[in-house]
Design a protein around this ligand. Structure first.
Ligand SMILES: NC(=O)c1ccc[n+]([C@@H]2O[C@H](COP(=O)([O-])OP(=O)(O)OC[C@H]3O[C@@H](n4cnc5c(N)ncnc54)[C@H](OP(=O)(O)O)[C@@H]3O)[C@@H](O)[C@H]2O)c1
Length: 222
């Protein structure tokens, strides 16, 4: 895939039925991509046998978006062994199997939707931060290996975005928004626009980057 502007491509978007994934799927369709947008009913990334079956049914694509649901808020002392095991599979091992099982064609794109917690761990999201950071490490390795095939790997780390997920995490999203530097939650369509812009314009040298997508809410420099 040489990604000349506007060229139709194939995309597989995990967690593509709602929120950020649905916005990415819509944006890619808008540029003429043929998109498979999977819900949790199509593939549950914590069900490793189901993940293997999904990968076998979608052996290659031009654009692969690794995305899934996030764990409920839990502090370290609340997390059970079963929680650690489920989210290890959902946020880490399932993605490893998908990245191995679905080949991104030469010149294509692998996107990861991670989280701001990969850089700034949150005590209520200790499980999320642990496994997303672990997979971000794998993802970085893949970016270096895939570069020879001109496959770009872009890790998007969202801050507070206006989706069902944020409404699960906080009782009053408007009150949260008022505390943020930009005074608002992010619009998932902005992430769709970022992904589309990268793919449609053939932006490739950004590979290996972790992009903070947080409306300036993070405090780190790098
Ligand atoms: N929104 C934010 O502020 C924010 C910030 C940082 C990180 N994130 C992370 O970014 C990801 C996407 O967030 P979002 O806001 O778009 O979430 P969302 O609105 O809750 O949507 C989640 C999507 O993932 C799917 N999904 C849920 N559980 C799954 C599973 N076990 N296996 C496969 N797919 C599953 C859902 O499918 P169904 O429709 O079938 O349920 C849906 O398509 C999540 O991991 C979230 O934790 C979000």
């Amino acid at each position: 895939m040489t990604t000349p502007r506007g060229r139709a491509t194939e995309a597989v978007v995990l967690g593509g039925s709602r929120g950020i994934g649905a916005a990415i799927a819509g944006a890619l369709r808008g540029m003429g991509c043929s998109v498979t947008a999977a819900s949790s009913a199509d593939v549950d990334t914590s069900d490793l046998d189901g993940v293997e079956r999904f990968a076998a049914a979608h052996p290659e694509t031009d654009v692969l978006v690794l995305n899934t649901g996030g764990p409920p808020p839990m502090r370290f002392e609340e997390v059970t062994r079963a929680d650690w095991e489920k989210y290890h599979n959902q946020l880490f091992l399932g993605f490893c199997i998908l990245a191995r099982g679905i080949t991104v064609r030469n010149g294509g794109y692998l996107f990861l939707i991670s989280s701001a917690v990969v850089k700034e761990p949150d005590p209520r999201l200790v499980v999320s931060g642990a496994y997303r950071s672990a997979f971000s490490s794998v993802f970085k390795v893949l970016s270096r290996e895939y570069a020879a095939r001109r496959v770009s790997c872009v890790n998007i780390a969202p801050g507070p975005i206006d989706t069902d997920r944020t409404r699960e995490l906080v009782d009053d999203p408007a009150a949260l928004a008022a505390t943020l530097p930009s005074g608002r939650l992010g619009d998932p369509r902005e992430i769709g626009g970022l992904v589309r812009g990268i793919v449609e314009n053939g932006v490739s040298y950004i590979s290996g980057a972790v992009i903070d997508f947080d409306g300036a809410s993070s405090r780190h420099v790098f």
